[in-house]
Each structure stands twice: as structure tokens, then as C-alpha cells.
Write a protein that binds this ligand. Structure first.
Ligand code: PEP
Ligand code: MN
Length: 680
């Protein structure tokens, strides 16, 4: 037989072995699927790491008998175990799709062929559904598609191992109502792509996404004659050169995008770093509970309290609960110079009691805390092999260590009421809210003063000057007025807010103003240091949720027909949506008494102080409704333990456009301020 015939025969045998290997792998997969079904029924843990370790050591020692080295065998079997663990995880993730639809609509930034679309294809590959991509130019538009229900998922790149975090996406996560339900890591392999008649030497213009260009800048510097033109995404650059068909045009894109548009790859692997990964977040409208048997990750965003050491205290919580933190990224808070939001990823499932306790504990050190989502971790821990190198006694050591740690575990929290986060049981120490140099809460007593409504430039500037001169800490002024009659003055709106802001700036007074509607919140929060929720809106839950998403402190006024239990539950809405800076305000309730506008319920102050850690302000103006009875009530509020008062005054009370009867004159206000300072 000839030599070539020999090789043919050997190759045929190899092909047969390969085909057998594939058949066996498929058979093994089917067996794994059977294991899954049994585990689902019996509620058994998904991974049995002891069994995996035993399996690996057994195949390694069997392998030796066949002359296979342990490194080779363990490498192959790691992949096999990894596949079956992923298979099991996918099974538990099928709850992501509780609808019967056979298609998944995925919003992406860019077009098909972009890295986002490929990462999405990878993530959703096991779900056997048809994918429809919805292309958008910007990340916020991608999120909006899902928020509006036009897409099921948003695919958002969050970080790249070469160029770092994607700031626009971090900032978007803070404001979106979407939840993270998954993550995908995608290997980015940039190529230089051109049209059929193109060569590197001919290129005059290279179209590229700015991140992609940054990741390939070393290679690009070797073609100095080509100009870089930035494009919104990699696939669009490819589309552009396809349309133009010029030999002088090139683009940086993936191999897949080049194939999709039938273009020539001029050079492969042009990135500075060959190992270049982008991590994507998969976001949906609803959060999904993750089976506690799957390794999960949780992402959150927080701002720590304005107290020395609070970042350190917050981070210490993770070591207290022995939870592994994977990522800490900071971003500036728009509107608050030199302040930052921290984005954290850690190992753990929010369904797990330990993680719930950790989040509760963490919340105490924050002024904003929002869980962005809990999702299955992409990286699967490798089955451990160190067992082989250990002696029998190492097993008992491990038990001892575990027991020692059990003693240090934090104790279970007490059962909370419906307003857990607002309660003293949750947080024993007073919450102190810092607004510029003013501290609200604790042992401080502050005064918020100003007109009921901002009426004109001169009016608010005169009031601001008088507020400053009389020792006021915070300037108030209504711009959006909740009036009983639709014919009454409704406020100057954003024009008024601009005046209030300028007046506050001139006299260095933080400002507070009321927000009436959810859609106003973000814009008012940009300008006002504190947001006020009026008595009429205390149970406007969509408004409460919206102010809960901002980073501005919120003063919540008690509704005129509301119990303190309802007040605390309303505060809870704000706290639970992330914003931990809530101030309560007692402003009088409606009783059978008609001699006063409302009845100031000073009796609740000592109760509230016992029930909650939040600061409490008293508003005697709206309670009593007549100017000459306000000062004594303000003093009484201080005596009874309030953390401050809010009082209305006006340069010319009879001409006030709202609440004229209760506006103090400048003299009355100065007098009251003097009396308040003298009171100890
Ligand atoms: C106000 O403070 O301007 C106001 C309208 O108060 P309340 O919501 O308490 O009536
Ligand atoms: Mn008023």
C-alpha cells in the first residue's frame, strides 16, 4: 500500500473517532439534561462541587492508565463540566421568557453586525427564539424602547477590558426604571475592513467607533496617511464603506460584520490588546428572581452619607457579610460638583437572606441606594482540583474554619413594620442630611423661610436678603402651586424657579421648592437643593417613586387627613426607590376645629422621633393660617423637639398672591428668629 493510502486510512479512522467523540458528548449532554429534570423536581442544588471534584480526579487517574497527561484530561473535562453547568443554568433562566411569543425583540445601539447584536445573539442562543433587533442611535433611546414596551430587552455595553467603563451607560442606569437580568462577556476582535479593490496602502479614510479606534490606536499609528472619522458604531462604519464602494475607505469592525456586508478583511487582530472583552448588560422592564442554586451577581448604585468615613463603613459591610465585591466604579453626580455615585457589583442573590441583610446594613451608610438587578453570573467557578493534593486531615480543618465563621455571622434582623427603612428599628441613629453647609437632623435646629410663592424677581430677592439677615438656613418659595381653586395664582413655574435659584445663589442659601408632577421632578431636581412634596400629594405614589429616584433630599409634608403611619409609609416609598434623604414635615391636620386653618399636631413630634430616624420639620404657617399666632407655635415646635421649622413671610403680606393671611411681615419674622435663637 502506498504512503498516501496509509494517511488516508489513518484520517478516516480519526474522523470516525471524532464522530464517536461527538456522539458521546451529545449523549453526555442528554444525561445532563436528565439530571436537570431530576434536580428541578427534587429541589436539589444545581452544582455538586464535591461530585465535580471527584469526577475530575477519577478521569485524571483513568487518563493516566491510557497514557494521557493530567493537564490535558483536566482541560477537556473542565469544558465538559462547564457545558453541563451552563445547560443547567439556562434551564433555570427560561423564566426570563414567561410569554409564549416565539420572537425576542432586542433594542441595541447601532445596527445588526455591531458587537451589541453579536453579544445578544450569544446570550440568547440557547433560548431557541427568533431575534428581532431594534436599532437606535443612542443608549438612552435603547432603554426607552424597553421602558415603552416596544422591545423586550436592551443590550447595553457597560465596560471594556481595554478602554474601561462606558460612562453614558453608567449614567443611564441611574435614571432608567429597567432592571439588569443578565450579563454577557464578548470577545472583541477588531479587524481592518475594506472593499474588494482595497489594500491598506490605498486607505485615505478609516471609519471607526471612537472606542474601537482607541483600542486600536497602536495599529492605526502605522498608517499615518489615513484619516480617522468617528462613527456611532462599528457596523455602521462597515455599512458606509459598502455603500461608497471606494478603495480609499476602510473601517474598524468585527470579522462577522465584514462577512455580513460581504467586505474584505485587510488585517485581522489590530487591537492593542489581543485579549479585549466587552461586558454587556441585558436589561428588561421586570426584574427576575434567580434560583438561589445558580451563582448570581447583584449590581447597585449608591451615594454614601455626608459623614466622615461613610464610604469606608459602607464597604466594610461587604467584609462583615463575607461577600465578594467584584467591581467599584465611581461617576460624578450631575448638579452636585465633587460628589460621586458608586456603582458596585458583588456576588450574591437578592433572594438570599444574607444579601438582604447586607443591603439593609449598607443602606444605613448611604443617602442613595438602588439595586440595579440580580442576575446569573457569567463566569462559572471551575470545579476544584486541589483535593488531589491534600491529605485526608485537610477536610476537618475546613469544617473548623466554617464553624468559627458561623459565630461571627451577623444576627438576623428583627421583623420590621410596613415602613421598615424609615423606622428606628432599621437605623438607630438620627439621619443627618447635609445641604451645602446646612445639617438637617440630629441635634441641629434650622429654619426654612421665604414667601409662599415666588411672585417676581424683586419679591424673591428681597425675601432672600431678609432671610439671610435674620439667620435663616434655607430659602423657600413655591413655583408650582397646588391651589384649591383653579382660578387662583398657580405659580411662575420654571421662570420662578430660576429666580429662586439666583436669589439663593446670591445670598448663599440652599433652596426648597415644591414639585407637583412626576414629569417635573428631574428638571426641578437639577435646580432645587431640596424637593418638597406638598400635603395634597403625600400619597401621590407615582410622584413619591419619582422623587425616590433623584439624589436630592425630599421634604414630605403630612397630608391633612393622614395618620403618622401613612406619613411614614409614604416616606418609605421614597426611601425604597433609592433616595435615603427624606425629611418629614408636620403642617397641621384637618379636625372639627374651624377657628384655626388646620390643627397643628405637635403631640406627634415626640412619637415620630421615637419611631423614625428621619429629621422632622414643623410648618406652623399652614397649620394656623393667621400671622400673629405663628411665632409661638414655631417656638413650641423647637421645645417639643422638632429639627426645624418652615415659616412663610412676605415683603408686603396683604398683597401676597397666595396665603396672604399667614405671611409674616419682615419685622415679625426677624422677631420670631430672635426668639427662636434665644430658646435653648
Ligand atoms: C407650601 O408649603 O407651600 C404648601 C402648599 O404647603 P401644604 O402642602 O402643606 O399645604
Ligand atoms: Mn403657602
Amino acid at each position: 500500500m502506498s504512503k498516501s493510502n496509509d494517511i488516508e486510512n489513518i484520517r478516516e479512522s480519526i474522523n470516525k473517532v471524532d464522530s464517536d467523540i461527538l456522539k458521546l458528548l451529545s449523549e453526555r449532554r442528554k444525561l445532563s439534561e436528565n439530571v436537570i429534570n431530576t434536580k428541578v423536581e427534587s429541589d436539589q442544588p444545581i452544582r455538586d462541587e464535591q461530585r465535580e471534584t471527584e469526577l475530575l480526579s477519577r478521569v485524571i487517574s483513568d487518563g493516566k492508565k491510557y497514557g494521557l497527561d493530567s493537564h490535558y484530561v483536566s482541560k477537556v473535562f473542565y469544558d465538559i463540566i462547564d457545558d453541563s453547568v451552563r445547560l443547567q443554568q439556562h434551564h433555570f433562566q427560561s423564566s426570563l421568557f414567561n410569554n409564549e411569543s416565539s420572537v425576542i425583540r432586542i433594542a441595541i445601539q447601532g445596527i445588526e453586525g455591531s458587537y451589541s447584536s453579536m453579544a445578544a445573539q450569544k446570550f440568547f442562543a440557547h433560548f431557541n427564539k427568533e431575534i428581532i433587533f431594534i436599532s437606535k442611535d443612542r443608549f438612552d433611546e435603547v432603554a426607552e424602547e424597553v421602558e415603552a414596551g416596544r422591545a423586550d430587552f436592551a443590550m447595553l455595553p457597560i465596560e471594556n477590558t481595554t478602554s474601561g467603563g462606558i460612562n453614558e451607560v453608567y449614567d443611564l442606569l441611574l435614571h432608567t426604571t429597567l432592571s439588569i437580568v443578565g450579563e454577557e462577556k464578548f470577545k472583541v476582535k477588531h479587524c481592518l475592513v475594506g472593499s474588494e479593490n482595497s489594500t491598506i496602502g490605498k486607505l485615505e479614510v478609516i471609519f471607526a467607533h471612537y472606542q474601537a479606534a482607541a483600542q486600536c490606536n497602536k495599529f492605526l499609528s502605522t498608517i499615518p496617511d489615513a484619516n480617522i472619522q468617528y462613527f456611532a458604531d462599528t457596523a455602521l462604519s462597515v455599512k458606509k464603506i459598502k455603500q461608497e464602494g471606494k478603495a480609499e475607505y476602510g473601517a474598524i469592525a468585527s470579522e462577522e460584520a465584514a462577512k455580513l456586508y460581504n467586505l474584505k478583511i485587510l488585517q485581522k487582530e489590530i487591537a492593542n490588546q489581543p485579549d479585549n472583552f466587552t461586558r454587556f448588560l441585558i436589561c428588561s422592564r421586570k426584574s427576575h428572581e434567580i434560583d438561589t442554586r445558580i451563582p448570581a451577581k447583584t449590581s447597585l448604585v449608591m451615594a454614601t452619607a455626608h459623614i466622615a468615613g461613610s464610604l469606608l463603613n459602607a464597604l466594610t459591610v461587604f467584609s462583615k457579610y463575607e461577600v465578594n465585591m467584584e467591581k467599584l466604579e465611581s461617576r460624578p453626580i450631575v448638579g452636585n460638583p465633587w460628589e460621586e455615585m458608586f456603582y458596585l457589583d458583588f456576588e450574591g442573590n437578592t433572594k438570599d437572606e444574607k444579601i438582604q441583610m447586607l443591603l439593609d446594613d449598607l443602606g444605613i451608610h448611604t443617602r442613595f441606594l438602588k439595586v440595579l438587578g440580580c442576575y446569573p453570573a457569567k463566569d462559572i467557578d471551575k470545579a476544584k482540583l486541589d483535593f488531589i493534593n491534600r491529605t485526608e486531615s485537610s477536610g476537618t480543618d475546613e469544617i473548623e474554619i466554617t464553624e468559627a465563621l458561623v459565630d461571627e455571622k451577623p444576627s438576623k434582623p428583627k421583623k420590621h413594620k410596613s415602613y421598615k427603612l424609615a423606622s428606628r428599628g432599621y437605623k438607630a441613629e438620627d439621619t443627618i442630611i447635609k445641604v451645602n453647609d446646612v445639617s438637617i437632623g440630629g441635634n441641629n435646629f434650622i429654619v426654612m423661610g421665604g414667601p409662599c410663592s415666588v411672585e417676581s424677581h424683586n419679591q424673591i430677592f428681597e425675601c432672600a436678603r431678609h432671610a439671610k439677615e435674620s439667620g435663616t438656613q434655607i430659602l423657600r418659595g413655591g413655583c408650582f402651586k397646588p391651589r384649591t381653586s383653579p382660578y387662583s395664582f398657580q405659580g411662575l413655574g420654571f421662570d420662578g424657579l430660576n429666580e429662586l435659584k439666583s436669589a439663593g445663589k446670591k445670598y448663599e442659601l440652599p433652596i426648597i421648592t415644591e414639585v407637583l408632577a412626576p414629569e417635573q421632578v428631574a428638571d426641578v431636581a437639577l435646580e432645587s437643593d431640596i424637593l418638597q412634596i406638598g400635603a395634597r400629594n403625600m400619597q401621590n405614589f407615582s410622584l413619591l417613586k419619582e422623587v425616590g429616584r433623584t439624589h436630592r433630599p425630599v421634604m414630605l409634608k403630612r397630608g391633612m387627613m393622614s395618620s403618622i403611619d401613612e406619613l411614614l409609609n409614604a416616606a418609605e416609598y421614597i426611601l425604597a426607590h433609592g433616595n435615603r434623604q427624606v425629611i418629614l414635615c408636620e403642617r397641621g391636620i384637618r379636625t372639627f376645629e374651624t377657628a384655626t386653618r388646620n390643627t397643628l399636631d405637635l403631640g406627634v413630634i415626640p412619637f415620630l422621633k421615637e419611631m423614625t430616624h428621619l429629621p422632622i420639620i414643623v410648618d406652623p404657617s399652614h397649620a394656623i393660617g393667621v400671622r400673629d399666632k405663628i411665632a409661638p407655635l414655631a417656638k413650641a415646635a423647637k421645645v417639643v423637639g422638632a429639627h426645624g421649622v418652615m415659616v412663610e413671610f412676605h415683603p408686603d403680606p396683604p398683597s401676597a398672591l397666595s396665603d396672604a393671611d399667614q405671611a409674616l411681615t419682615f419685622e415679625q419674622y426677624s422677631e420670631m428668629m430672635k426668639d427662636l435663637y434665644e430658646l435653648t
